[in-house]
Ligand binder design. Sequence first.
Ligand SMILES: [Zn+2]
Length: 171
Amino acid sequence: MPYGEHPQRYAWSTRLVLEPTGFQHPARCDTVLSDTGRVPETSTPAQRPAPCPCLSGNPYAECCGRYHRGEAFAPTAEALMRSRYAAFAMGEPDYLLATWHPLTRPDALELDADVRWIRLEIDRTAAGGPFDREGVVEFTAYSRSGGSAAQQHEVSRFVRMDRRWVYLDGV
Ligand SMILES: [Zn+2]
């Protein structure tokens, strides 16, 4: 195939001929390109997407990960609660502070790296929908630290500021 018909491939082969192996035939360049293209396809099936710690059954990246990365706001108080639990589990203190009401938010937050959050159960929700201004989520979170297990039961209150749900307090 004459070089002149495929200026882009010619540019690619120009880069290749600079390598010590010497001249690369254009057909060889095609092989190199397709090999490069196959790499992600062959490596992807072996990697299972990590499940979300909130136990929604969805991959983390498509569940609470979207909120942690700032790509979307949790649409309900329960979704925010789940994402905050997932933030504890994934070690995202900045997200916890960002979704805390300014009146009750601590100045800083340090997560205990020894605590492993293993399960979240939503016991009850009240209001907290997309058109509500307040919401309540009662939950139990299960954790492990060292050899001992612990559970935390809380009734959390959430309020909507502008269009974002934030955590107010819990008892
Ligand atoms: Zn989640």
